[in-house]
Design a protein around this ligand. Structure first.
Ligand SMILES: NC(=O)c1ccc[n+]([C@@H]2O[C@H](COP(=O)([O-])OP(=O)(O)OC[C@H]3O[C@@H](n4cnc5c(N)ncnc54)[C@H](OP(=O)(O)O)[C@@H]3O)[C@@H](O)[C@H]2O)c1
Length: 151
């Protein structure tokens, strides 16, 4: 994965969410290898990334935490993100009768609300700069329903 070519990101300020997850860590490593200035948003154990990378741990579905977390990453990067790669998210297997309200809310908050808050955190600076890129990653289950994945 680290040999993947990522053109056009050298020197760019990039925030990667879910940076301690399977996908986010691989994406962050590729971006670092490509010369991007990466800010890693993670939860739990810190991602295994090269020293000197801006990193902040916070919940992406908490409005205040996202505001302060992105502010810390922006400060660490020396400016607002020019690219957001939103890899955080997840899904749980459960048919509808077995889906608790807690699970339902966790799926909505962790996938939809988190994406909304993260995009809102970076969009104004991108609009002001007249340039920016946002990549969101989700499950195929978000596009079409499938049995046993109600939430
Ligand atoms: N891997 C695949 O084959 C695959 C295929 C299709 C789609 N996807 C989608 O790609 C995305 C990432 O998948 P992945 O395999 O990298 O999953 P993963 O290994 O579970 O990583 C997801 C990361 O996001 C973090 N996260 C989730 N909700 C969060 C929140 N509210 N606040 C802060 N951090 C949060 C998780 O932290 P915690 O560990 O603390 O929860 C975890 O570190 C998901 O949306 C998944 O559905 C993955």
């Amino acid at each position: 994965m680290s040999e993947l070519q990522v053109p056009g990101v050298a020197g760019r300020r990039v925030i990667v969410t879910g940076a301690a997850g399977a996908l986010g860590l691989a994406v962050a490593r590729c971006l670092v290898a490509a010369g991007a200035r990466v800010g890693a948003a993670y939860r739990g154990a810190a991602p295994d990334l090269p020293g000197g990378i801006a990193a902040a741990a916070f919940d992406l579905d908490d409005e205040a935490a996202v505001a302060s977390g992105f502010a810390r990453l922006t400060a660490g990067l020396g400016g607002p993100a020019q690219l957001l790669v939103h890899c955080a998210g997840g899904y749980a297997d459960a048919p509808l009768p077995a889906t608790s309200l807690e699970l339902w809310r966790r799926m909505l908050e962790g996938n939809l609300t988190a994406a909304f808050l993260c995009i809102r955190a970076v969009l104004p600076a991108m609009c002001a700069a007249g340039h920016g890129r946002i990549v969101t990653v989700g499950s195929r289950g978000g596009l079409a329903g499938s049995a046993g994945h109600a939430a």
